[in-house]
Design a protein around this ligand. Structure first.
Ligand code: ATP
Length: 667
């Protein structure tokens, strides 16, 4: 077995290999520009090579490898071979074998899965420790001899103080996580996991894995990551580029659906209704209500000829087309084509020849008749009609009180002046999907999926109809009024009723003492979620009663600065401003960005933005205020309490919510 010095020399080989790859890619750009046969292929090839060169040169400096596998002589596939495993493949000298194997390659799987009980041919698994890009040491597990122990390098990685945005976990993916990361592309999965079990990490690594294993297919069809808000996206946005994947769309559902600006708002009652599944049927009926019974025949002047499709035939065409359940817009064009075909039959019977230009002309000429029976519509027009509250086909789905709740209190003068709400975006998308099927993605990853409404699930389902889904969430962290209470039901709404629901049960963020406190709330949340165990036995919890909240928070922040890592003050939305000024007046720099991106250590954030984020030291200010601020305030509090990586301070001036059971009070 080599020494640390040997491994350091190997690092130099890797650095040289990377340099070779970059030079090669740059050289190829130049050659590619001169050798391609025609301008089109020159441009395509050039673009491809340039992006490869750019990708390589922009690759963040980091350790070239994190692990090594030495296979025994008895291994069927790799007898006596050794492989270094890293974030990306690094080519060897003179066309020789690669010096580093991509963590996603099939052989790397054993790094994550081999154990003393099932060594999978691996004699020794080595984990490397790094300080920046300096190799500092390694640990060996002699799996072939049945030796496997707790890894200090793994523990240090999991327990390291957090600063800045989320990092990848390629060096330490756990077997239960690896199973999900490498699940087949055609398999849709739903991961239920308590806070900090690595759902987001798993989802992002799955995206990277799928792009590696099915690059051609997915580069064509695309991979989409949906997160709950911009702060969260800022927090996770560096993970995939660090893994060499820059072509994944990462956005929120609201942004994805933003076809019109959101300038309006809804009462909770109206929003609840707009997110209710029955809206799908109400909208469908409203849209198809536009199709009319033919009142007159189609008459078309064609030079000296006059063509005519009678009312009866037109009615048959419309009825037949309706029965085909096509998207509304496709149906309209089908009716047009059938009317033109009927005219063509007449014309040909009278000796006219119908060429393409004639067909186009007649197609245009039947538009007025088509508009009368199957009019062209825009989604906004359909929703406008529904929200104006006039009697209509939706009355068969919604009762009078519901119709009244949906109706605009101050109706706009026209579609153009309508002020659409966030919930309206979802309805507009539903209508757009009824008119024409949207383009989909090869794979969609939805994080914090417990918060999706039934109507939002349908918007996701439309985009993954011909692809697969990774759904990530925690029923206990549901904070929207329509949050999920069962995963199989949500998977059905998401269009993947056969999707497997799998639980992650080891927590890597929240220390055991904090989990215990958060779990006292869990009973009150009335959701069925599997119990989890925290990997972390370190950590500190302190509950402090104070006379004045702002002074208590300032003192807690001052103390937090004496530790390493990021600090998050999480408060009820209404308290954020006052706490920020109290800190500011005390000379604390509070300009930190919520996602930790600005490099500052302290962020003061409303509880409503805390989802998915984590801070080394969390100060939850006035839990009772967070709990009473909204209908699912206790769930929100559960989210806030579980953001802590190392230390949690609960600071309160009011009594704690009664659902907290006897937390230890600081003196
Ligand atoms: N195998 C692992 N090795 C090292 N760190 C890990 C591992 N799995 C998860 N983590 C770390 O644990 C923390 C929590 O992970 P993540 O945010 O993915 O959890 P989550 O289940 O999405 O949490 P939440 O439900 O609270 O949003 C992150 O810092 C992540 O990097």
């Amino acid at each position: 077995m080599e020494t640390l010095d040997d491994e350091r020399r190997y690092v130099e080989r890797c650095t040289a290999g990377l340099r070779r790859m970059l030079d090669g890619a740059r050289n190829n750009v130049i050659v590619g520009e001169t050798v391609a046969g025609d301008r089109y292929s020159a441009e395509r090839l050039g673009r491809h090579l340039k992006s490869l060169a750019k990708e390589l040169s922009e690759e963040p400096e980091g350790p070239p490898f994190f692990g090594r596998l030495d296979f025994g002589q008895g291994s069927a596939e790799h007898p006596g071979r050794a492989y270094h495993i890293g974030r990306r493949h690094i080519t060897g000298e003179h066309g020789g074998p690669p010096v580093v194997i991509d963590w996603r390659a099939p052989v790397s799987r054993a790094f994550y899965r081999a154990s003393a009980r099932d060594p999978q041919g691996v004699e020794v698994r080595r984990r490397f420790g790094w300080s920046g890009s300096t190799l500092t040491g390694f640990e060996d597990e002699r799996l072939g001899r049945g030796e496997q122990g707790e890894s200090k390098i793994l523990a240090a990685e999991i327990e390291r103080p957090r600063v800045g945005p989320m990092r990848d976990i390629v060096a330490t993916i756990q077997p239960e996580q690896d199973d999900l990361v490498r699940a087949e592309l055609d398999t849709s999965i739903c991961v239920q996991g308590a806070p900090g079990t690595g759902k987001t990490a798993v989802g992002l690594h799955r995206a990277a894995y799928l792009l590696y294993a099915h690059r051609k297919r997915l580069e064509r069809s695309g991979v989409l990551v949906l997160g709950p808000n911009r702060a969260f996206l800022g927090y996770i946005s560096a993970v995939l580029p660090a893994l060499g994947e820059v072509n994944v769309e990462q956005t929120t559902l609201e942004r994805l659906l933003a076809t019109v600006p959101v300038t309006g708002s809804d009462s909770v009652e109206a929003a609840m209704l707009k997110h209710d599944l029955r809206m799908a049927e109400a909208l469908r009926r409203t849209l198809y209500g536009r199709i009319g019974k033919p009142a007159e025949p189609v008459a078309v002047a064609d030079g000296s000829a006059r063509w005519r499709v009678g009312e009866g035939e037109l009615r048959r065409i419309v009825d037949d087309t309706r029965r085909e359940s096509l998207p509304y817009g496709v149906g309209r064009e089908r009716v047009r084509a059938r009317v033109v075909a009927a005219i063509q039959r007449q014309a040909e019977a009278r000796g006219h020849t119908a060429n393409a230009a004639w067909t186009r002309r007649i197609g245009r000429a039947v538009t007025p008749a088509l508009d009368a029976v199957w009019p062209a519509v825009k989604p906004e027009e359909v929703l406008y009609e529904l929200l104006m509250g006039r009697p209509g086909p939706a009355d068969q789905v919604l009762n009078a009180a519901e119709r009244a709740a949906l109706t605009w209190a101050r109706p706009p003068r026209s579609v153009k002046s309508a002020r659409w709400s966030a919930a309206d975006l979802v309805l507009l998308d539903e209508i757009a999907g009824l008119i024409e099927r949207p383009g989909g993605y090869g794979h969609v990853i939805v994080d914090e999926a417990q918060d999706l409404s039934p109507m939002e699930c349908r918007a996701v389902a439309r985009r993954s109809e011909h692809g697969s889904l990774t759904v990530l969430g925690d029923l206990a962290q549901g904070t929207t009024p329509w949050a999920a209470t069962s995963w199989p039901a949500r998977m059905e709404l998401l269009g993947k009723p056969d999707g497997q629901v799998i639980a992650l049960t080891t927590g890597f963020r929240v220390p055991a003492v904090v989990v215990e406190l958060a779990n006292t709330l869990l009973a009150a949340l009335r959701v069925e979620v599997p119990a989890t165990r925290s990997y972390r036995t370190d950590g500190r919890l302190r509950v402090t009663g104070v006379a004045e909240l702002d002074k208590g928070v300032v003192a807690a922040v001052r103390e937090a600065f004496t530790f390493e890592g990021s600090i998050g003050v999480i408060a009820a939305d209404a308290h954020v401003e006052a706490l920020t000024s109290a800190l500011w007046n005390d000379g604390v720099d509070v300009s930190g960005d919520v996602s930790g991106d600005a490099g500052r250590r302290l962020s003061v954030l409303p509880a409503s933005l805390a989802k998915g984020l984590e801070y080394d030291h969390v100060i939850v200010a006035e839990p009772a205020a967070i709990a009473r601020a909204e209908r699912r305030g206790l769930n929100r509090l559960y989210v806030a309490l579980t953001r802590a990586v190392s230390r949690l301070d609960v600071v309160h001036a009011e009594p704690l919510p009664p659902e907290f059971s006897h937390p230890p009070e600081a003196t």
